[in-house]
Design a protein around this ligand. Structure first.
Ligand SMILES: Nc1ncnc2c1ncn2[C@@H]1O[C@H](COP(=O)(O)OP(=O)(O)O)[C@@H](O)[C@H]1O
Ligand SMILES: [Mg+2]
Length: 267
């Protein structure tokens, strides 16, 4: 959806935010991402805060509710969620502000080891049982080759969207944001999601796979498991690219075919 400045929210919504934060002196809309109708850093009488929001009747509003529900279970690499408001048709989240920049995934980037450290931390977190999050086997059901869906099952908390604008680099750390798609599943899925993003930033399939080998979940996964992931990823992105001619999506679909080839080559 298109993003509007904080100042254009209804007055009672802005007042409800100010009741939480103190008087808002300045609002700066941030770049990156596309789902949130509001994504702004607010300078307030009590310091800075990041707010993201979406109309409560928007199809993505459920994703924002999941993001709020999973927040207490996230590791320290994720910014702290202070509050969640639902006022006058808007759902707004208030987060610790991360004063950073989007990650650079290009080959040789110094950000890569920071991203790996944040993902390694996340790999040790079990998906909370009391939060209504998706199962990886459900998310991949239409894409996994016949008979392979059980490989996607597991108990790990997965982020699944490692777009570089969901990773903020600051003070020698990578911070993971945007938990719109928290998922319960096999731990190797997140390194796999990162592999495709690395390819989109210029890594060959072999380079990206070698990067993922540092994660025990990926390195210890059986070749047929990773081959199933490669095939499922190619099917998923073929579908996305068929529905939208956007150049970036066409590129992702090509990377996914390349990944399928590389992960199937050892079988
Ligand atoms: N805690 C935060 N502090 C500062 N900026 C943030 C924070 N969380 C997200 N951002 C910025 O806002 C953008 C949009 O937020 P995100 O949670 O990714 O929402 P979406 O992609 O759904 O619109 C991110 O790409 C990032 O640049
Ligand atoms: Mg985002």
């Amino acid at each position: 959806m298109s993003r509007i400045p904080f100042d254009q929210l209804p007055a009672d919504v802005r007042q409800a935010v100010a009741d939480k934060t103190g008087a808002v002196h300045q609002a700066t809309t941030v770049s990156g991402g596309m789902n949130s109708g509001i994504a702004s850093v607010l300078r307030t009488e009590n310091g800075s805060i990041f707010v993201k929001g979406i109309p409560a009747d928007h199809p993505q509003a459920a994703a924002q509710r999941r993001e709020a529900a999973v927040a207490p279970h996230l590791p320290p690499s994720c910014p702290h969620l202070y509050w969640h408001l639902a006022v006058d048709g808007w759902s707004i989240l208030g987060y610790e502000v991360i004063d950073g920049r989007h990650a650079d995934y290009s080959p040789g980037s110094a950000d890569l080891s920071l991203v790996a450290a944040a993902l390694a931390e996340l790999q040790g977190i079990a998906a909370p049982a009391d939060v209504d999050i998706k199962d990886a086997a459900d998310r991949w059901a239409d894409y996994a080759p016949p008979g392979t869906l059980h490989h996607f099952e597991g108990k790990t908390l997965l982020h699944t969207d490692f777009a570089p604008d969901n990773v903020l680099i600051t003070q020698g750390r990578a911070r993971l944001v945007d938990w719109a798609w928290p998922t319960r599943g096999a731990a190797w899925i997140d390194p796999g999601a990162l592999v495709l993003r690395l390819m989109d930033a210029g890594h060959s399939a072999e380079q990206a796979i070698a990067f993922a080998d540092r994660f025990p979940s990926w390195c210890n996964a059986a070749p047929e498991v990773l081959a199933a992931f490669g095939a499922a990823t190619a099917t998923l992105w073929r579908e996305i690219a068929e529905q939208d001619s956007d150049e970036w999506k066409q590129g992702m679909a090509e990377h996914a075919v390349e990944l399928e080839r590389a992960l199937g080559a050892d079988l």
